[in-house]
Design a protein around this ligand. Structure first.
Ligand SMILES: Nc1nc2c(ncn2[C@@H]2O[C@H](COP(=O)(O)OP(=O)(O)OP(=O)(O)O)[C@@H](O)[C@H]2O)c(=O)[nH]1
Ligand SMILES: Nc1ncnc2c1ncn2[C@@H]1O[C@H](COP(=O)(O)OP(=O)(O)OP(=O)(O)O)[C@@H](O)[C@H]1O
Ligand SMILES: [Ca+2]
Ligand SMILES: [Ca+2]
Length: 573
C-alpha cells in the first residue's frame, strides 16, 4: 500500500481534519490520517468493511485526494457559491495544485493549502479566492509558476495572486513597530482594488500564526507583533470578526507568553461550563421572550447571540484599569436583537420592546444593581444605542463571572456593527468612518464582480447534473454520462500519475466490466472515500479513549488493542 503522507481532506493547523456541519457555532473538525484508518480497517472484525485500501493505491489515491478535497470544499462553499462554473475553476486549481504540493515538505504544504482553502470557503469567499488560496502555497514553494496558473487555471486567479503577493511584501517596507506606520499600512491595504486579496492574505496570516512554533523566538515575536498591529485590526475592519479574534489571541500568546498562560488557564478552567450556561440561558430567554404576549404584539422576530470572551479582549480589560479577572463582567455575554413590527411606530415600539425584554430578564434572573446602562434613553455621543444589564449566574457554592446581556433592535444593531458607532471604530481598527464606508463599497463591488464572472452557464450545459455529483460531471468531460478510460487517464496524467494507474483504477471501480465508469460506480468510489474518512475520525476518538486507559501507547500496541478490545466497535455506521 502506498504510504502517502497526506490524506485527501481539509486539515486544521497542519493536521488533517474533517468537518461535521452543525447549525450553530464554529465547524467541528476531526483529525485523521489515512495510514491509521487503513490499520483500523485491517483490524476491524466482521462484517468486513468494503475494500478501502485498493482504490487508494498509487494513482487511484491521487484521484481519491482530488475528489475528497473537491467535495469537502464545495460542501463548505454551499450551493449558492458552488455554481458549476465555480466548481470547474476549483477543480482545475486542485488538479494543478495537488501534485505540485505533494512534492514539497512531505505533504505538509498540501495540508496547509487545504486548511487555507477551507477557511476561505467558511468565510463564504468565492471559488476564485479559494483557488488562489490553494495555489498560493504551491507558488510560494516554487512548484508551480505564475505562467502555469495563467495557462491552466485562468488569468483572474493569477491577478488575485499577484495582488496578494504585493500585500505580502508590503510590511517589510515599513517599520511596523510604531503606531503611525501600522495605521498607514492598514490604509494602504484598504486601497487595494480587490479586497479579496486582503482576505486571502489574512487567512494566510492565520495559517502562519498557527505554525509559529518552529521559528526562533525573535521571529515569532516580530511576526506576532505585525499581526497584532496590522492584520488583526484589518480582519476586524473587513467584518471577519472571528478571524480577527483568533489572530489576536495567537499573537497575544507569542508576544506575552506568561500573561497569556495566566489568562488562558483562568478562562480555560471555566470555558466548557460557561459555554453550556450561555447556551442554556440563551434558550431559556428566547422561550420566555417568544411567549410574552406584549412582545408578540410589537415584535416580529427575536434572535439571541451568545459569546465567551476571547483571551486578548479579557487581557485588555485587565490592564486597562487594573481590575481582577473576577471583575471582568462580560466574560459571559448574550445579545438580544429585536425586530419591531413594521405596522407600528418603530421609534416607540423598538425602545418599548427593549424595555419589556429587560423586565422579562428581571423576572427570570437576579440583576446586578448599579450595572444597568440604558443607552437607549440616553444614546452615547457616537449614536450607539443599546440597553445593557448584568445578571448573576452563580449558584449556591458555585461562584461564576457575571453575564452581560445587551438588548437592542435590529436598527440599533446595524448602527453598532456598521455605522458611526461601529464595532470596528469602537475597537480602534479603523479611525475614520468615511474609510469604513468606502471599504464596504469596495467589498460589495468586488462581490458583484465575482458573481458576474462566475455566473452559471445556461441550464442546457448542465444536462441535469446534480449538486452532489459535481465531481463525476467534471471528470466526465464529454458529458456522455460515463467516465471513459481516456477521461480517467487524462485526469491522472494531470495529477502526475501514469496511464497504467488509470487502467488499474478503472479495473477496480468498473463493477460491470464495461470499460467505463457509470455515475453509480463512481458514487460507490465516493462512498469508499467517505468511509475512509469516518474510520479516521473514529481513530482519533479511540486514540483518546486508549490514551486515557493505557497512558502510553506506541503505534504497534495501538493496533493490537484495537483488535482485542475495540474491534467490533470500529465498524462504521
Ligand atoms: N459597537 C459599539 N459597541 C459598544 C459601544 N459602547 C459600548 N459597546 C458595547 O457594550 C459593551 C459594554 O459597554 P458599557 O456598558 O459602556 O460598559 P463598560 O463601561 O465598557 O463597562 P465594563 O464592561 O466594566 O468595561 C462593550 O463591551 C461593547 O460590547 C460603541 O460605541 N459601539
Ligand atoms: N454581550 C454580548 N453578547 C454577544 N456578543 C457580544 C457581547 N459583547 C460583545 N459581543 C461581540 O463579541 C465580539 C468580541 O467582542 P469583545 O468581547 O472582544 O469586545 P466588546 O465586549 O465588544 O468590548 P470590550 O472589550 O470593550 O468590552 C464582538 O463581535 C462583539 O460585538
Ligand atoms: Ca464587552
Ligand atoms: Ca462500468
Amino acid at each position: 500500500m502506498a504510504t502517502a503522507a497526506t490524506a485527501a481532506t481539509i486539515p486544521a493547523g497542519g493536521r488533517p481534519y474533517r468537518r461535521t456541519r452543525t447549525r450553530c457555532g464554529p465547524p467541528r473538525l476531526h483529525r485523521f490520517s489515512l495510514q491509521a484508518s487503513a490499520a483500523a480497517a485491517a483490524s476491524s472484525s466482521s462484517p468486513p468493511a468494503p475494500s478501502t485500501s485498493a482504490p487508494v493505491e498509487g494513482g487511484g489515491r491521487l484521484v481519491a485526494e482530488l475528489v475528497g478535497a473537491f467535495n469537502e470544499l464545495t460542501e463548505r462553499m454551499g450551493e449558492e457559491l458552488a455554481t458549476s462554473s465555480s466548481s470547474r475553476l476549483l477543480f482545475r486549481a486542485l488538479k494543478l495544485a495537488l501534485p505540485a504540493l505533494r512534492e514539497s515538505d512531505g505533504g505538509r504544504t498540501l495540508s496547509r493549502a487545504l486548511v487555507v482553502a477551507a477557511s476561505l470557503a467558511d468565510l463564504q469567499m468565492d471559488a476564485e479566492v479559494i483557488s488562489a488560496g490553494i495555489l498560493r502555497e504551491a507558488l510560494d514553494a516554487g512548484t508551480v509558476s505564475m505562467r502555469d496558473i495563467k495557462a491552466q487555471v485562468g488569468v483572474s486567479i493569477a491577478h488575485l495572486l499577484h495582488e496578494s503577493l504585493r500585500l505580502k511584501h508590503a510590511p517589510s517596507k515599513l517599520d511596523v513597530l510604531d503606531d503611525e506606520s501600522a495605521t498607514a499600512l492598514r490604509k494602504f491595504c484598504l486601497t487595494y482594488y480587490d479586497i479579496r486579496a486582503v482576505i486571502l492574505e489574512l487567512v494566510l496570516k492565520l495559517d502562519m500564526m498557527r505554525h509559529l512554533d518552529s521559528l526562533p523566538r525573535y521571529l515569532q515575536q516580530i511576526k506576532a507583533l505585525e499581526v497584532m498591529k496590522i492584520y488583526a485590526p484589518l480582519a476586524h475592519a473587513v467584518g471577519a470578526g472571528n478571524l480577527s479574534l483568533e489572530l489576536e489571541d495567537l499573537s497575544f500568546r507569542y508576544l506575552f507568553p506568561h500573561s497569556y498562560g495566566h489568562i488562558d488557564e483562568w478562562l480555560r478552567n471555566q470555558e466548557t461550563e460557561s459555554k453550556l450556561i450561555i447556551d442554556e440561558y440563551k434558550e431559556q430567554l428566547l422561550q420566555a421572550l417568544k411567549s410574552d404576549d406584549e412582545l408578540k404584539q410589537i415584535v416580529q422576530d427575536i434572535s439571541i447571540q451568545g459569546r465567551y470572551k476571547s483571551r486578548f479582549s479579557t487581557m485588555k480589560k485587565l490592564v486597562k484599569d487594573g481590575r481582577q479577572p473576577e471583575e471582568v463582567n462580560d466574560i459571559l455575554g448574550l445579545r438580544v436583537i429585536l425586530d419591531p413590527r413594521c405596522d407600528g411606530d418603530s421609534s416607540e415600539w423598538g425602545p418599548r420592546a427593549c424595555h419589556r425584554t429587560h423586565e422579562i430578564i428581571q423576572s427570570l434572573w437576579k440583576e446586578v444593581p448599579g450595572r444597568t446602562k440604558d443607552y437607549i434613553s440616553r444614546p452615547k455621543e457616537n449614536g450607539y444605542q443599546s440597553l445593557h444589564v448584568a445578571i448573576d449566574v452563580s449558584e449556591p457554592g458555585k461562584k461564576r463571572p457575571l453575564m452581560e446581556i445587551q438588548i437592542r433592535t435590529n436598527e440599533m444593531h446595524r448602527l453598532a456593527v456598521g455605522g458611526a458607532a461601529s464595532h470596528s471604530l469602537y475597537k480602534g481598527g479603523l479611525t475614520d468612518p468615511g474609510e469604513a464606508k468606502r471599504l464596504k463599497t469596495i467589498m460589495l463591488a468586488a462581490a458583484e464582480l465575482a458573481a458576474l464572472r462566475l455566473r452559471d452557464l445556461p441550464a442546457s450545459d448542465k444536462k441535469g447534473r446534480d449538486f452532489k455529483n459535481r465531481a463525476f460531471c467534471l471528470l466526465d468531460k464529454n458529458g456522455d454520462g460515463r467516465i471513459s478510460i481516456e477521461e480517467l487517464t487524462e485526469v491522472m496524467e494531470d495529477l502526475g500519475a501514469g496511464g497504467k494507474d488509470a487502467t488499474e483504477l478503472m479495473h477496480l471501480l468498473d463493477a460491470n466490466s464495461d470499460g467505463s465508469l457509470s455515475s453509480e460506480e463512481f458514487e460507490s468510489f465516493q462512498r469508499q472515500v467517505e468511509l475512509m474518512r469516518s474510520l479516521e475520525d473514529n481513530d482519533d476518538h479511540y486514540r483518546k479513549i486508549l490514551k486515557e486507559k493505557l497512558q502510553t501507547i506506541d503505534s504497534a500496541g495501538l493496533i493490537h488493542v484495537y483488535r482485542k478490545e475495540l474491534g467490533d466497535k470500529l465498524l462504521v455506521s
